[in-house]
Design a protein around this ligand. Structure first.
Ligand SMILES: [Zn+2]
Length: 193
């Protein structure tokens, strides 16, 4: 049976008329529903805060509904573990791209692939980084992963070194991340020509 919304094959039915839907169109409905639930949660939290303010209770006296957490399981990423991590506003497209690069790098240099994967996982899990800091670190790691996919002689050391320096600067204030970077940075540097 064909999807009622597009030309793909239907595998679900939806609504009172049992409209046939394909996986893609059904996923859109699930996504819309989730966004509506998230919006209702935010409104409920606002109402709870208003109540606290009205009675003069400290904010947070009444427990809030948890923030929506976008979790992509290990089935989506093979190398970067973002399980149970709040990826919030992070661009999961970048994570997916780095993940695919890591799979490619792993064939030629498993230690290098592991270094990048571990660093990405550490960044995503680090609660002390802001979303903006996480996004900037992942973007920089994605440039590195793209670069070291090339044969070693074609890799651009002078383009990558400032990025490595910048990562060192951003992770410098967070002890565990800094320690991880000190472990993986030499592996990445050794991969440059
Ligand atoms: Zn469809």
């Amino acid at each position: 049976m064909q999807c009622s919304q597009c030309t793909r094959q239907a595998i679900y039915t939806f609504g009172p008329s049992n409209a046939p839907l394909c996986l893609h169109c059904y996923a859109l409905i699930v996504q819309i529903n989730q966004q509506q639930v998230n919006q209702l949660d935010r409104m409920a939290n606002q109402a709870l805060q208003d109540m606290e303010d009205v009675v003069g209770a400290p904010r947070g006296t009444i427990s809030r509904l948890p923030d929506p957490v976008i979790v992509a399981g290990p089935t989506q990423n093979h190398n970067i573990s973002i399980q149970n991590a709040s990826v919030g506003l992070l661009n999961t497209g970048i994570i997916g791209r780095v993940d695919a690069d890591i799979t490619a790098i792993n064939k030629a240099d498993p230690a290098l692939a592991n270094a990048i994967a571990e660093m990405c996982s550490n960044v995503v899990r680090e609660g002390r980084l802001s979303d903006a800091e996480k996004a900037s670190l992942l973007e920089m790691l994605s440039v590195i992963s793209e670069e070291v996919k090339s044969p070693k002689k074609d890799r651009r050391r002078f383009a990558i070194t400032p990025i490595l320096d910048q990562i060192t600067k951003v992770v410098g204030t967070i002890d565990t991340l800094h320690a991880a970077w000190q472990k993986y940075l030499p592996i990445i540097q050794a991969a440059l020509p």
